[in-house]
Design a protein around this ligand. Structure first.
Ligand SMILES: O=C(O)CCC(=O)C(=O)O
Length: 297
């Protein structure tokens, strides 16, 4: 049976993430100036609490169902790769489009903690949804995500005004393949795109000697379950194998400042009607999530 397509609903369909009613309630989610400065300087910002234990339990259960193609209809995913790893020894599950299928992963787009931080890190602009992702690294043999810049896969949209929120459902550690960043690499400009689940260091051949040297300063960024890391779409990042005996599960929300346009006449995501070149990204698949941190609703 085909699931109901939750992309038709541009608000929460559950009461999982209570929407603040007053400016004071919103202030709970507001990033400090130091946090915004850290992001602008380094291109990433860890330690943003997104989910409590109850919300974590719901999203873990949804993800558990989604990674098993026998347990749900996966025709609504934009992409569904049970194993995207190019290394036969490892497995990397990677899918896009879960917001269309399960209630919690739909409603988390309207999580006040997400929309407030995203808007502040996009210079207080309104936040529009681009797409979501699941990355699941199974125990012992979880594959790598190669060093990359997210925008290198998104040049069909412009200008660069995109943000990523990466949220682990398990504590992410050096042993199970937490994210790693090169601080300030978002100031390097656009690099070529590597094969995402290919050689961890594939990008290096495109880097200058000076950029290569910055790998000495790469930061492993462990994160608690439910605590997100935000990053700039030009920040160079990747993640290693999961060698632990537990899974490493994460979902990702990709968004951009309202006003980003399509730069192609082709479909922007598989199965989604094209937004013609030069036209604003909006409509059923690209909902406005938040009017902006200066204009609370
Ligand atoms: O989950 C991972 O290890 C990689 C995530 C990632 O690269 C991203 O969200 O851009």
């Amino acid at each position: 049976m085909q699931s109901k397509d939750l992309s038709e609903f541009h608000q929460q369909v559950s009461d999982m993430f209570p929407w603040p009613k007053t400016d004071e309630e919103w202030d709970r989610y507001r990033l400090s100036k130091d946090q915004v400065n850290f992001f602008n300087e380094n291109g990433y910002l860890p330690g943003i609490r997104m989910l409590n234990e109850e919300q974590l339990a719901i999203l873990r259960e949804e993800l558990f169902q989604l990674i098993d193609p026998a347990r749900h209809d996966n025709s609504l995913f934009y992409e569904y790769n049970s194993n995207e790893s190019t290394d036969p020894q490892t497995i990397l599950f990677h899918a896009l489009g879960e917001w269309r299928i399960t209630r919690g992963l739909h409603d988390v787009l309207w999580n006040p903690a997400f929309v407030m931080a995203a808007s502040q890190l996009l210079d207080d602009k309104p936040v529009r949804f681009w797409h979501d992702q699941i990355f699941y690294k199974p125990p012992k043999k979880g594959g790598v995500v190669a060093w990359h810049q997210d925008y290198s896969y998104w040049t069909r949209t412009k200008p660069v005004a995109h943000i990523t929120c990466w949220c682990p459902l398990d504590d992410a550690t050096a042993e199970n393949g937490c994210l790693q960043y090169i601080p300030a690499s978002h100031k390097w400009g656009l690099l070529p795109k590597p094969v995402i689940a290919g050689d961890l260091h594939g990008i290096r051949e495109f880097l200058t000697a000076e950029q290569q040297k910055q790998f000495d300063n790469a930061q492993l960024v462990p994160a608690k379950a439910g605590e997100a890391i935000f990053h700039h779409s030009l920040a160079l990042h990747g993640s290693g194998e999961n060698k632990s005996s537990e899974p490493r599960r994460a979902f990702v929300i990709n968004a951009f400042a309202d006003g980003v346009v399509s730069d192609t006449d082709e479909p922007l995501l598989q199965g989604v009607p094209p937004v013609l070149k030069g036209n604003k990204m909006e409509g059923q698949f690209f909902p406005l999530l938040f009017k902006g941190s200066g204009q609370l609703q």
